[in-house]
Design a protein around this ligand. Structure first.
Ligand SMILES: NC(=O)C1=CN([C@@H]2O[C@H](COP(=O)(O)OP(=O)(O)OC[C@H]3O[C@@H](n4cnc5c(N)ncnc54)[C@H](O)[C@@H]3O)[C@@H](O)[C@H]2O)C=CC1
Ligand SMILES: O=C(O)[C@@H]1CCC=N1
Length: 267
């Protein structure tokens, strides 16, 4: 990267990105984390060998790009304590909902901010991240941010007003997919499979189907039709899913996720 990347907050998402960056060849010496929890500091130091501290101001001093990886609820407290005048730094916020204008408001109106909505599969370099540029961020800032998140999966650039929708689809999406895999596995167990076999079959089915979709560039409905034989088992199951509101339940879940993301941005 040639630039030092610091993380304010060393929780789940920061860890996923750090692990991905290291796997992608970024040296541990280029990464630092400021984290108040001693247990987290010890864990991150042991597992990844990155520079660890408990001082957000010092972290900013030693970093060129700072990933804001704290909960949105503490954004005001964390950013307020950093003070203004950090215009030589790039701030990359992964906080759900918190708008770039609000971050600029807390860091000073000249602050260079890029927002990213990543997801936890970044841990295995299969993340999906959407990026949007704040008012003062440069083309170079966007390129650096894309380089960081390309190392942990795929990236796209969207208008900031669409980041709430991204949060609803891919930011929180892994939780819905895992719930589906868990339910599919439960069903397998109900019908006599062992838990291990049922979970392995369910997970590989989701993984393989996603790969099939991405490599074929087809509409999901076209591939679904290939599974359903006339008068066969799949169409009977699809009827049942429709009757039980599977699709409506999914869309409703995304609706409330998007609404919650907007709400977090209003605080
Ligand atoms: N977990 C996920 O799947 C995703 C999370 N995000 C966003 O990433 C951010 C972090 O989420 P998680 O990693 O899941 O949360 P987390 O709770 O695992 O991590 C937050 C970390 O911040 C630390 N922290 C608290 N106060 C601090 C302070 N004053 N200074 C420095 N560090 C402080 C906490 O000790 C904790 O380790 C959130 O804003 C969330 O919206 C975005 C996309 C996906
Ligand atoms: O649940 C949350 O608020 C965060 C944002 C996207 C995924 N996790």
């Amino acid at each position: 990267m040639d630039r030092k990347i610091g993380f304010i907050g060393g929780g789940n998402m920061a860890e996923a990105i750090i692990k991905g960056l290291l796997a992608g060849g970024v040296p541990a010496a280029e990464l630092a984390v400021s984290e108040p929890s001693e247990a987290r500091r010890n864990l991150l130091a042991e597992r990844y060998g990155v520079h660890i501290l408990n001082d957000n101001v010092q972290l900013c001093r030693m970093s060129d790009a700072i990933v804001l990886a704290v909960k949105p609820q503490v954004a005001g407290q964390v950013l307020g304590a950093l003070g203004a005048g950090l215009t030589d730094k790039l701030f990359i916020s992964i906080m759900a909902g918190v708008k770039s204008a609000a971050i600029e408001g807390m860091l000073g109106s000249e602050a260079r901010v890029v927002r990213v909505m990543p997801n936890t599969p970044a841990l295995v370099l299969q993340g999906a991240s959407a990026i949007s540029r704040g008012y003062n961020a440069t083309e170079d800032d966007l390129v650096l941010t894309r380089r960081i998140f390309d190392l942990v999966g795929t990236t796209c650039v969207v208008d900031e007003k669409l980041l709430d929708a991204v949060t609803g689809v891919s930011g929180s999406g892994p939780a819905y997919v895992l719930t589906f895999i868990e339910a599919l596995s439960d069903a397998g167990v109900k019908h006599g499979l062992t838990r291990d076999v049922a979970t392995a079959l369910a997970a590989q089915t989701v993984y393989g189907t996603a790969k099939l979709l991405m490599e074929s560039h087809e509409h999901p409905a076209a591939l679904k039709s290939n599974v359903a034989s006339p008068g066969g088992t799949t169409i009977a199951a699809m009827h049942s899913l429709d009757r039980d509101g599977f699709r409506a339940a999914t869309i409703n879940a995304v609706d409330v996720c998007v609404a919650r993301s907007k709400e977090l941005g209003e605080k």
